[in-house]
Design a protein around this ligand. Structure first.
Ligand SMILES: [Zn+2]
Length: 298
């Protein structure tokens, strides 16, 4: 389904809900461009993919890039920091932290309940034709958009600001109830907070993102609630730090995920808790004892 959010700017709803697909944007101007390509082949069929001139990927995650091959005549643009994982498997493994899976195999199995075998999106190498950077204004013809480097979810994650229309496309600053999500090895919590604040400051009239329908009301309040969940998660972790506890001990408390029934959930849970621990160590609000246990400073 395609929703016109402003003249020349269309929201392409993913063909299926969940995190295997994402909502995308079509800029239907002199230059016809899509922002992200994970809506699914059926969702893109009405827009004539062979007539798309430009593909912009907001970041490397497969649910945003899986359909790049559907646009054979498009130039593919990304932020420079997303280039390595798009073109190279080893870089993808590094960005996601998958190289650490082996190390955590034992504890992971300990916390896992029934593991549902979810078929992952096949990640592949893509062609990239050029780079976009913060502050670039992309002139599509009737429509112009400013690139906002909005890291945190991934290092080169970008959002787009359509100033004349008052629209922001925030990609995986996605305002879903679970989020914000920073489970990659190279995700960064402080950057994520700064990126959310930057979007709040733009006061968008319409907020589009990758896993929810376009939002037209109470946008600032919703972004603030989303931002606040980061501190709420940190406070939940703190409640378990009155006595010394290991990272593995914390993973058992389901701080983020209610279940670890998808094979990666526990891995991501661990990554996200570890990022908070690193941040609290830096802020000096906790300390590490015996090399592997964390406790609140009194
Ligand atoms: Zn993502």
């Amino acid at each position: 389904m395609i929703i016109e959010v402003a003249p020349g700017i269309k929201f392409i709803r993913a063909q299926s809900a969940g995190f295997l697909f994402c909502h995308c944007l079509l800029i239907d101007s002199e230059i016809r461009a899509v922002i992200d390509t994970g809506a699914g082949e059926n969702a893109f069929a009405p827009i004539e993919p062979s007539r798309i001139d430009m593909v912009i990927n907001t970041h490397y995650h497969p649910d945003h890039t899986a359909g790049n091959h559907l646009f054979p005549n498009a130039r593919v643009l990304v932020h420079r920091l997303e280039y390595p994982p798009l073109v190279d498997k080893e870089a993808r493994i590094y960005y996601a932290g998958a190289f650490r899976l082996e190390k955590f195999k034992q504890p992971e199995q300990k916390h896992r309940e029934k593991v549902r075998d979810t078929k992952p999106i096949p990640a592949r190498d893509f062609r990239v034709d050029g780079f976009i950077a913060d502050g670039d204004v992309i002139d599509f013809g009737h429509t112009r958009a400013t690139v906002l480097h909005a890291p945190g979810h991934t290092p080169g994650h970008v959002a787009f600001y359509f100033e004349r229309e008052g629209i922001v496309f925030g990609s995986d600053i996605d305002l879903v109830n679970f989020g914000p999500w920073y489970g990659d090895h190279l995700s960064n919590i402080d950057d994520f907070e700064a990126s959310i604040r930057r979007i709040i400051d733009l006061k968008p009239r319409i907020y589009c993102c990758s896993h929810r329908k376009p939002i037209r009301e109470n946008i600032e309040e919703k972004l603030l609630t989303y931002l606040g969940r980061i501190q709420e998660a940190e406070d939940r972790i703190k409640q378990h730090l009155t006595e010394p506890v290991t990272l593995d001990g914390l993973v058992g408390h389901n701080i983020f995920y209610k279940h670890y029934n998808y094979a990666y959930n526990e891995f991501w849970e661990r990554n996200m808790i570890e990022k908070h621990l690193e941040r609290m160590l830096k802020k000096n609000s906790i300390m590490m004892i015996d090399g592997d246990r964390y406790v609140l400073k009194r």
